[in-house]
Structures are given as C-alpha cells and as structure tokens.
Design a protein around this ligand. Structure first.
Ligand code: TRP
Length: 409
C-alpha cells in the first residue's frame, strides 16, 4: 500500500507536462508558492487530499489520540482545521510504546511581522509539545525567501528571521525542549542529509512538484533538500547524537506538502525514516476564501503587531460577509435551505470570513455552534458576529504582545 503510494507520487512528480493541464481554471492551485481556490467557497480539501495522496484525519484517529494522550483534541482538530495527515498513526504507535519522536515545523521569513495565519501551525505545534512532551525544532528558511523574493537582500531575510523568532518564542514553547534556527547559521549541520536527499531528486521532479521553470534561478531548484533535512534526527546531533532513527512529525499548512512528499520519496531511497505529516487548511484572507491571508497584502491581513483599533477597523471594513445585503433581508423570515450556497435569508456560513475566523479562534464549541445557528437563520447580523470576533481577536493579539514584550527585555 505504502509502496504503491510512493510510486504514484513519484510518477506524478516526473510527469510535469501531464500534470499541467489539470491545474487549469477550474482546479484549485496549491503549492508552496501559490494558493488560489477556483471558487469563492475556498479550496476543495477533499479533492486536494486525493490529488496529493494523503489521508483524511478520521474521527477514529482522533478517538485514538484522545484515549492515548488523555487530552481533549485541540479545537483545530475538533473542527477539521488540521484535517489531513501522512502516517500520523505511526507517531501515535511510537507514543503508545513510550518511544521517542520529535516535531519539526518552520517559517519562511519574508516580513517582519507575523499575521494570524502564520500563528496557526505554531499554536498547534506548541499544543502537541504540551501533549507529548517531546523536542521541537523550528527552521527559519531565510535562504528560501532570499531566492524567492526578488527585492530582498540576504541581510533583510536574516533580520526578518530574528524578528519572527521573537514572535515564535512568544507562542510559549518549552525552552528546555525547543531549538529554533536560521538556515544561514545552521546549514552545515543540515548539509549531510540535504546531500542525501539532493542526490535522489531530479530536476524533472523539482519542476513537477514546485512548478519552477527554466527562467527561475538555480537557488530555487537547489533549496528543497534543505527543507527536507530537519525531518531526519541526525541533523540535530546536539539533541539526538548521531541517531537517525528517531521519527519526526511535521505540522504544516498543506501547501508545504510538496516538500515533504519529496522528502518521503527520497528517504526511502537513502534508507532514512519517512517523516510523518499533519496538514492544516489555509487561514483565509479578509477578502474571502479564494485566497489565503498574505503578509505582503496589508489589507488582507491582521498582524500580530496590530492595535485593537486596527483590528476593529480591518474586520469591519474588509472581512467578507456571507450575510444578506440589508438588515431586513438578513432577518426576514422564510424557508431556509441550509445546504444551499445562497440562502434566501440569513448568512451563508461557507463564504463568511468572520465566521471562519471564529472557527479558528473561539474556543467554546457550544458558543460557536450557537453563533453559527443564529447567524445562518438571520437572528444575528454580520455586524454582531463581527463585533464578537473583534473582541476575541483583540484579546488574542494583545496577549501575544504582552508575552512578546516580556521576552524582549
Ligand atoms: N517553507 C516554509 C515557508 O515558506 C517554511 C518551512 C520550513 C516549513 N520548514 C518547514 C513549514 C516545515 C512547515 C514545516 O513558510
């Protein structure tokens, strides 16, 4: 089964020309450098799971997680925000046997401030660290961003990495068990494993997996093995010694999966362990579910440096509403077909950005369900839902800033 999956992936990667037409207008576009949904409802994640060849996180798997750890699954798991995986069950087996494993995640430092979407994998990684009590390694790919952003200097990327590390620390990782590094500092330790991966990935595969073409700089082609390397425990001799048999779990947004599909393929060929993955969906832009929140478009994002007033203004002004055009229409009584994408009264939750953000940030399941129900029926107005969201996010961002301040001194 496993073998079949790998062969399939490899074949796909080696046939870029065959894959290209599928990515036409009606297909969602998802790779580490582009995310764009074909429709306003956002990415079709079930289709993506099939296309990428990963597995859905099932209620049974979550049950097992809960029984083993004795912890309630994080709201990101309860609500299907982390929705897909590769070999997560193997990590749970490892935990059940009380054997070691570690967690690896990362960030491409392309701007000084992080936004809400950037926080999702880090919040989730911290939760997993608390639950499993295992080492976490965090890679800052200043090299990757340098290759990909025409207007950035190496020094700027390195500085952004330092700025970002402060925000990452503020998420509250266990300082005893967390190692955060920039590629430009740590590259020598990664190099051995990067070489092994590089030897087993062809130019055709890189083109197929990442969509680069002949006018892209060679740095872009050369970089992917460096993102693969931290998935192998021998890249961290100060934590694991020379042991390359400690399994790795990688929490990530699903656009990063191409890197780790490549990593898993190469691992088999060089006799290293295939890392496990757990994937999140994207955090939508304020403007709607077609795109993800982007650090380079100020009005699409809420930054961790925003003031309470900026948060309020941005949500009120830009957050796309699935409600009706007028108060009267939103409240009007009538028949409601919940599954229909354009209801005659009430809000269409599928496209409503404030409601989506609430799914990510409001902890209380009962309250969330109640808001959804009332909003959909027209008993709540967009303004009221936004007002609730504004309070939730103002509190989240302010708490983060307090922590950040403390860490800065
Ligand atoms: N390439 C990622 C980005 O641009 C950064 C990254 C490096 C990463 N290693 C990772 C993300 C591991 C998730 C998991 O943001």
């Amino acid at each position: 089964m496993e073998k079949k999956e790998d062969q399939k992936e490899e074949k796909k990667a080696e046939a870029p020309a065959a894959e290209a037409p599928a990515a036409a207008a009606t297909e969602d576009k998802v790779d580490p450098f582009h995310v764009e949904a074909a429709t306003d409802k956002g990415i079709d994640y079930d289709k993506l799971i099939k296309r990428f060849g990963c597995s859905k996180i099932t209620p049974e798997l979550l049950d097992r997680f809960e029984k083993l750890t004795g912890q309630k699954p994080h709201r990101f798991l309860r609500r299907g925000i982390f929705f897909s995986h590769r070999d997560l069950d193997k990590i749970l087996d490892q935990y059940a046997k009380k054997k070691p494993f570690y967690i690896y995640t990362g960030r491409g430092p392309s701007s000084s401030a992080l936004h809400l979407g950037h926080m999702i994998p880090f919040m989730f990684t911290k939760y997993l660290q608390d639950v499993f009590d295992v080492p976490v390694v965090i890679q800052l790919t200043d090299d990757e961003k340098y290759y990909h952003k025409q207007d950035l200097t190496i020094e700027q990327c390195q500085q952004y990495a330092i700025d970002n590390i402060k925000d990452i620390i503020a998420v509250g990782f266990n300082p005893e068990k967390t190692f955060i590094f920039r590629d430009t500092d740590y590259v020598a330790q990664l190099y051995g494993n990067a070489l092994k991966v590089g030897k087993h990935v062809t130019l055709n595969q890189i083109k197929g997996i990442f969509g680069f073409n002949d006018s892209d700089n060679v740095g872009k082609f050369a970089f992917p093995p460096l993102q693969a390397a931290p998935a192998f425990s021998s890249s961290f001799p100060h934590i694991f010694g020379k042991d390359d048999t400690i399994p790795c779990l990688i929490p990530q947004a699903i656009d990063q999966d191409p890197y780790f599909r490549m990593t898993r393929d190469a691992a088999v060929k060089v006799g290293l362990l295939k890392p496990s993955c757990i994937h999140s969906c994207f955090f939508p832009a304020l403007q709607g579910l077609k795109g993800k929140m982007s650090g380079s478009i100020d009005t699409s994002s809420i930054f961790m440096t925003d003031t309470p007033k900026q948060i309020k203004t941005k949500i009120n002004k830009y957050a796309f509403s699935g409600g009706q055009g007028t108060k009267e229409e939103q409240r009007a009584k009538g028949t409601i077909t919940i599954s229909e994408s354009t209801p005659t009264v009430g809000a269409n939750l599928e496209v409503d950005v404030a409601y989506h953000y609430m799914k990510f940030f409001l902890e209380d399941d009962v309250e969330l369900a109640e808001i959804g129900r009332k909003y959909q029926k027209g008993e709540l107005l967009t303004g009221e839902v936004k007002a609730k969201l504004i309070t939730v996010l103002q509190e989240f961002v302010a708490n983060h800033q307090v922590y950040d301040e403390k860490r800065n001194v």
